[in-house]
Write a protein that binds this ligand. Sequence first.
Ligand code: CP
Length: 307
Amino acid sequence: MGLSKKDILDIESLSVEEIELILDTAESLKEISTRPIKKVPTLRGKTIVNFFYEPSTRTRTSFEIAAKRLSADTVGISASASSIVKGETLVDTARNLEAMNPDAIVIRHKSAGAAHMLAGLVDASVINSGDGMHAHPTQALLDMMTVREKKGRLSALRVAIIGDIAHSRVARSNTLGFGKMGANVILAGPPTMIPRGIEALGAPFTYHVAEAIKDADVIIMLRIQKERQGGYLFPSEREYAQCYGLTTERIAGAKEDVLIMHPGPINRGVEIAPDVADGPYSVILDQVANGVAVRMAILYLLLGGPR
Ligand code: CP
């Protein structure tokens, strides 16, 4: 069974069954990455373009590795090394890429809606790997995979998402994804980082970190997104760490087997203390490993059979 859709653009457009199919497929494909020869011929002859208008370490590398492990050919384009610097528009760029007949385009863009627009312009599958403050669906899928792997389920877990909610596409996608799969999500952050209209995400919120952490099964800390804030939303990093950072003392309020997660990159000592990021409850590097498996699953389900 494959996915019946052409693109992966956001969590809203995935059904519970489709999310389960992606997670199940990722679980079975994960084993390939542990073999001495980490490659299967499944997507031989397919071409995947990784088109990144914004910096990325984890997402870009894991899409590239995922494609190569499935034997697809990959091409990477950065905005700074493309004709975008000469003023070419996204529409013209899309039309020119389409003329080269790729099978999939993975796009990260600073503007919300860029992946949706691209999907309407090309026959290739489009995978949104982060569009502005809107969505990062593959991050939410790898986070759900990590929690399901560790806890055996997603339903009825208390998932606290803490930090810069206003600027975080990860917060939006995870709130919708975990909520769709039956988890109880609670959001927390300083008033300046809780957006207007947050109620639309369907999760309760609090300005008090301790309240969100209380009895949590999972804590997802968010990066302070200085590049999107356009001004100071808190007095200093030291004060942010004191009031909202995740420390060993704060974790004491959560369940004994709590999972600590962070999408990366981490501002060590700001939203999360180094000893917590590297500590016994942290599954941050498991998230990264599962990123390869989830992206293999998505490429396989979109390109591996007749659409
Ligand atoms: N989590 C995430 O999207 O990391 P990168 O920005 O490094 O891809």
